[in-house]
Design a protein around this ligand. Structure first.
Ligand SMILES: Nc1ncnc2c1ncn2[C@@H]1O[C@H](COP(=O)(O)OP(=O)(O)OP(=O)(O)O)[C@@H](O)[C@H]1O
Length: 281
């Protein structure tokens, strides 16, 4: 597996604020990698350094084999960026805008194929200003991928989306990844990271406090389970490392169906909140 992004000992200070305090990251080619963390954790600073839009104080950074501080036009054309703020191109149509951007890249994708891919074929002739927020975000993604990037940065891509639009957007991201694009995503939605990311890094206080697959992050897979049920009109629960045994015991005790039985493990959100609390300390 080739590495798309390699970061070692990255630091960045703004005046009195040490925003990034020694971050290491390895992002593999072809994976969807999510960077999670509270406001002010240093995510944007880190990502902007990777994109070549911010200088660093110290550390080694390699993005597609190049130091972003020495970015060339050729390197830039291999990267796609979808920022938080949408492109303000109010009076042009979706098709005009995507065609226009295609002209900036040496090996641009077919604009109409890209418009279809982001699900905007029916809106291609509409002015961007006439689109909904979610549809504009799709335009942003179209512009992010029109240059056929090897690596796509998405900054909080689904903020403000309704649940259906988010699901559709996730499918779009997955299909881009399926086509081989490496995706680096920052998000505040834990369910988004869980649904999309192959691996996540949790950043808190300028450091990576945990890294791994969403299902096993921070000991999640081996964390104790909570078994809950209803007994004698009361809600009962038990935290246990052997939930199967507990369920068997309950099944015997109730002689069959256990009322209101649930078995839960900590959600990614539970683990995340624990991690950033410990990280902050
Ligand atoms: N241009 C700047 N000048 C001074 N301080 C800055 C600047 N940009 C960021 N900071 C500070 O650096 C720290 C990290 O900010 P950063 O934007 O990287 O965090 P973030 O994790 O992206 O947060 P959010 O989730 O709110 O976007 C914060 O304390 C922030 O106030």
């Amino acid at each position: 597996m080739t590495t798309a992004v390699r970061v070692r000992g990255l630091t960045k200070r703004y005046g009195d604020v040490q925003a990034v305090k020694g971050i290491d990251l390895d992002i593999r080619e072809g994976e969807i990698f999510a960077i999670l963390g509270p406001n002010g954790a240093g995510k944007s600073t880190t990502v902007e350094i990777l994109e070549g839009y911010r200088t660093r104080d110290a550390g080694e950074v390699s993005v597609l084999g190049v130091d972003p501080a020495k970015a060339t036009r050729g390197w830039r054309s291999r990267i796609g960026i979808v920022l938080q703020t949408a492109e303000d191109a109010s009076e042009v149509t979706v098709r005009e805008l995507v065609h226009h951007f295609a002209g900036y890249y040496p090996h641009a994708k077919d604009p109409d194929e890209v418009i279809a891919k982001v699900g905007l074929m029916e809106k291609a002739g509409k002015r961007v200003r006439q689109l909904s927020g979610g549809q504009r975000r799709r335009v942003d993604v179209a512009l992010g991928v029109i240059g056929d990037p090897e690596l796509l940065f998405l900054d909080e891509p689904t903020t403000g989306f309704d649940p259906e639009a988010r699901r559709q957007f996730w499918e779009l991201i997955e299909s881009l990844a399926h086509d081989g694009t490496t995706i680096v995503l920052t998000t505040h939605y834990l369910d988004e990271a869980e649904a999309l990311a192959d691996r996540v890094a949790v950043v808190a206080g300028g450091r990576v406090v945990a890294e791994g697959e969403p299902g096993t992050l921070g000991g999640r897979a081996t964390a104790k389970a909570t078994v809950s049920w209803s007994e004698g009109g009361e809600q009962r629960s038990l935290e246990t490392g052997t939930p199967t045994e507990t369920v068997l015991e309950l099944t015997g005790r109730f002689d069959g169906e256990v009322p209101e039985l649930t078995v839960t493990r900590p959600s990614l959100e539970d683990i995340y909140l624990r991690l950033i609390e410990t990280g902050a300390r």
